[in-house]
Design a binder for this molecule. Structure first.
Ligand code: GLA
Length: 672
């Protein structure tokens, strides 16, 4: 796949800073205060018009541009750049009233009701026609305005309409299948439809996986792939039109890249973005939200070409409103989160949203200007952050150094684990990947979280956590990686099925059995609360396997239980020094940490002082380095370092104190 990220200039002169701006929710008198406060806070870009369709097009082809003209003029007069949205995420109520068939249908065949957003079937050609009309109208009217610097297509595509099971979608699915398989015989073979005699005689007999009963996992996986492709097709249709009208403006859409399998397959979407953009929100019960921030950045960077910078399109200044209990951010957390995103490669820090709403479904979501107004912790921290980002302008365009540790992440594997019944149905894919990322993150190693088709060559260690579905090509390249001297870590429930979601025979994990020199004859999933113990002190839960270590050495064995004395973790050392480690048991976090410490060389850190809770990151150019020091601790952290500190302007001769809860960024020349 060729990536299309271009070398086009970044949309703002410095690091982008701002958020979603929804002035339609406010009286025009508030708009003047908005721009005044934006200037005070150092805002240089806002995302505008995301949900404005219903206010811009009042009936088919009838537009009310006046208020929008005024807002655009006001932003221009105040030199605030505009990331202009195509407002297709939220169709107008008159359109949905005319077309009750537009809202998507769930797997149980209930149709969504108007009143939310992304309430449209991605395959519906009539909806597409209406959507492209408003896109054209907006682009023709505002695309050549000087302050419009980028297009924001729709919003979080897939968040609400990730799957639609309606008849229009069913027909489109059949067309997609016909293009993929050409003949129904090939489809039958790929899906194993002899099972339960479900053999199809014609493409016409195929339905989406409707209903609640057990379905063929291969069909469900293809439906997930189709659903991602349908939304991508919608994005591409909007993109093509925008490029026709404004060929030079970058086009993006905001991803939702985190640790869970995504609504759509972002790794396949990424090549179609001029700038990659992400929305990331930490979650209230998360014990280590900073690691989730790191994880999303480590994934985003690996989706770009050559680790180019990406844009944080949305995060929150404090509490969100969509969790059962919405935690407010602690003092300083707003700044630490934002700077951590920059340390992980973001060249822009944007929020949902500028001003917290009074009304509507998100009235209790934090904003850059809270309900209480600007004389608040949130707005003061927003302003401090704006000043920090201005001082970080030299960082713009620099890259996070190439990591030595790569962790594979694949949506298709995640979807395949989630859909269909499994030996243990409590093995969430995202949690498995994140647990391994956490171990390296805690140790301070740089990590890339990459799609399986990226090049493995630059890594010393490649971790394959719970990659249930693996293509032959990935398995072959993983083997080559070991032959070339790399360390491969394969964890439980990886390499089990092929791309058609059919089990690889001859002993699990079929895709990696040869390189590992070990194979499994039977899974032994554990019951809730059950644990296992290994003879080196490691322990875990949920998953065990009956492993044969034919050509591998045993790192540790089960102690007690039905697998007493059998191998749980093995390592095979290959002739060139490469190693293939099989972690067949569901070991817990302390045991993963111990394995990483015992078996994997650490990456030399940018600074030698290591303190738990002091996050250290780095960005670099050919000549310069920027060392990010983010102190999540309750006490000051002293670091031996030389260079100039960008936020305070101080020259550091040999040691820097990063006060409790604060951040510092040291600029130094690269040692050649
Ligand atoms: C998403 C959406 C925003 C807003 C936020 C709330 O990211 O794109 O419009 O709803 O969630 O957290």
């Amino acid at each position: 796949m060729t990536l299309s990220h271009t070398d086009q200039p970044w949309p703002t002169a410095g690091i982008s800073f701002g958020g979603d701006y929804n002035p339609e929710q406010w009286d025009p008198s508030v708009w003047r205060e908005d721009v005044e406060l934006m200037r005070r806070a150092g805002v240089n870009m806002v995302s505008l018009g995301i949900f404005s369709w219903g206010l811009l097009e009042t009936a088919e082809g009838v537009y009310d541009w006046g208020w929008f003209d005024e807002i655009i003029n006001l932003l221009e007069q105040n030199d605030i750049s505009i990331d202009l949205a195509t407002p297709t995420a939220a169709p107008p109520s008159w359109l949905l009233a005319e077309h009750p068939e537009f809202p998507p249908v769930d797997h149980d065949m209930t149709r969504h009701w108007p009143g939310a957003r992304l309430g449209w079937c991605p395959s519906n050609p009539d909806f597409r026609r209406h959507a492209l009309r408003i896109v054209r109208a907006v682009a023709e009217r505002y695309g050549s305005r000087q302050h419009v610097v980028m297009w924001h297509v729709s919003n979080e595509l897939g968040g609400g309409n990730g799957h639609c099971y309606c008849d229009v979608s069913a027909a489109a699915f059949r067309g997609w299948l016909e293009r993929k398989y050409r003949t129904v015989e090939k489809l039958n073979e790929a899906w194993g439809t002899a099972f339960w005699g479900h053999y199809y005689r014609s493409f016409e007999h195929i339905l989406p996986p409707r209903g609640n009963d057990a379905k063929n996992p291969s069909l469900m996986l293809d439906f997930d792939r189709f659903s991602s492709d349908e939304l991508l097709d919608h994005y591409l249709a909007e993109r093509a039109l925008l490029k026709e009208i404004t060929p030079d403006l970058p086009v993006t859409t905001n991803f939702m890249v985190g640790a869970e399998p995504d609504a759509v397959d972002y790794a396949r979407w990424a090549p179609h973005m001029d700038i990659l953009a992400n929305d990331h929100y930490t979650r209230s019960p998360d014990p280590v939200p900073q690691q989730d921030v790191a994880f999303s950045g480590d994934r985003m960077r690996s989706l770009t070409t050559d680790r180019r910078p990406w844009l944080l399109m949305e995060h929150s200044t404090s509490a969100v409103n969509w969790q059962p209990r919405n935690r407010a951010k602690n003092p300083g957390e707003l700044i630490r989160d934002a700077i951590s995103h920059v340390a992980h490669g973001a060249d822009g820090v944007m929020y949902f949203q500028w001003r917290a709403s009074r009304a509507g479904a998100e009235q209790f979501h934090s904003g850059m200007v809270p309900h209480a107004g600007p004389d608040t912790k949130i707005f003061r921290e927003v302003s401090t952050l704006g000043a920090h980002l201005q001082r970080l302008a030299p960082v713009l365009g620099s890259r996070v150094p190439a990591a030595k540790v790569g962790i594979l992440f694949d949506n298709e594997a995640g979807w395949a684990v989630r859909r269909g019944v499994k030996p243990n149905n409590f093995l969430p894919y995202g949690a498995a990947v994140r647990a391994w990322h956490a171990a390296f993150w805690r140790r301070g190693d740089g990590v890339d979280v990459l799609p399986p088709w990226n090049d493995f060559a630059g890594y010393d260690t490649l971790v394959v956590p719970q990659l249930f579905l693996v293509a032959d090509d990935t398995a072959r390249r993983a083997e080559e990686f070991v032959t070339a001297g790399g360390t491969l870590v394969v964890t439980a429930f990886s390499g089990i099925v092929d791309e058609n979601d059919q089990v690889r025979l001859g002993g699990y994990p079929g895709a990696f059995r040869d390189v590992l020199g070990a194979w499994t004859e039977e899974f032994y999933p554990l019951q809730e609360g059950e644990t296992f113990q290994l003879d080196n002190g490691w322990s875990g839960r949920e998953w065990t396997e009956h492993v044969h270590a034919d050509e591998a050495d045993v790192v540790t064995r089960y102690q007690g239980g039905p697998l007493d004395g059998r191998p749980a973790v093995t390592v095979r050392t290959h002739p060139g020094g490469g190693r293939a480690i099989y972690v067949s048991a569901g070991i817990d976090s302390p045991s993963i940490d111990a394995l990483v410490t015992d078996l994997i060389e650490p990456t030399p850190p940018p600074v030698t002082d290591k303190l738990p809770g002091l996050e250290v990151g780095m960005r670099e150019t050919d000549t310069d380095e920027f060392v990010f020091l983010i102190n999540h601790r309750a006490d000051d952290a002293k670091v031996s370092i030389r260079g100039s500190e960008l936020l305070t302007g101080l020259t550091i001769d040999n040691a820097l104190v990063v006060p409790a809860g604060e951040v510092r960024v040291v600029h130094r020349r690269r040692e050649v």
